[in-house]
Design a protein around this ligand. Sequence first.
Ligand code: GLA
Length: 382
Amino acid sequence: MSLNSKKLFREKFGYEPSEMYFSPGRVNLIGEYTDIAGGHVLPMAIQLGIEASVSLRKDRTVRVFSFKDTVSFSLDNLEKNTKHSWINYIIGEFYELEKRGVKVEKGFDIALDSSLPVGSGLSSSACLEVLIGTIINQHSLKKVEKLEIVKASKENENEFMGLSSGIMDQFACEMGEEGKCIFLDTKTIEYKLSPFIIQGHDLVIMNSNRPRKLTDSKYNDRVREMKEGLEDLKLYLNFNCACDISLEDLEKYKDKINNPLSYKRLKHLISDNLRVIKASELLSQGRVDEFCKVLNEGHQSVSKDFEVAGFELDTLCEEALKGGAKGARMTGAGFGGCCIFVSEKSKTKEIMLHVVDAYRQKTGYNCQCYIASPNDGAKKIS
Ligand code: GLA
């Protein structure tokens, strides 16, 4: 899908934009929710994303066109908009960066065009946050490193928007690099751009198109369930975060955890962290079959123990495997959203057709498939 924010800019604002930016969405290859547990994640930026055409204004107004609406706010009043919730991701970014001394004297006109399905688990919100962060940083007297934009954007999501998410999405959308996935330790924020070698294979995104209701509250529930389990274990073990705990110790102190759900959540988080380390190693060596096996184990864990997949995402993965994919798992926060599969190139098309058909029969939803490969993070494009 080709984007044309420039045309939208001309139509809405009646003059030419002076700059353009693009920010990608992301898929997470493996390591689901491990970023709330100080574990590792393995995401990558993708081709789908949001394009912005931008011009600096002479006053302190920011006007943004997106989703058929033009919404304005003043740099002197960075408060939440109660009518158009999407603009709050943008207001929040100005607010969080200003706290770090990254600010602009004059406002902007911005037209957005997106190829990212909204609320589909491909990080449309983080994509928008870092896109705006990148624009502000470009025009601020004080400039910061990309990593600071990531941190401000996460704070935006956590504090301004009220979702207790980890750092993975903002990190992937800002720091991605073509051809590489990101092996990130969310405890130390050390990372490496890791080779993505799936020669002769495709990575395919399957969008379940299941509306994601109440995702935020369910996300925060998982965080709470993890924390409750950690409170119980604190009496017996030393750790800073869930992923410091070994699977052996978790089993040993299993009966000290009051809520059985907390045990299951921790089991997923700790085991998925180990899977990320293994998967990234296998992927960087091009050992696709073994990598896919780890993906499949990851899906079982996130579905059975973390319980965020649900019927639709389970069905997509099952059908992809039935159709001939080597590995399949949900990606992102779950409760709807997207899955990924890996298949031999010669089989990709046939598997896609099978999945679309079987999924429609079983769920009544239409699924879209996109072939993905690792892309660059947010940047100015002209
Ligand atoms: C959402 C959050 C991320 C991460 C994923 C699950 O996308 O924003 O921080 O927790 O869910 O892996």
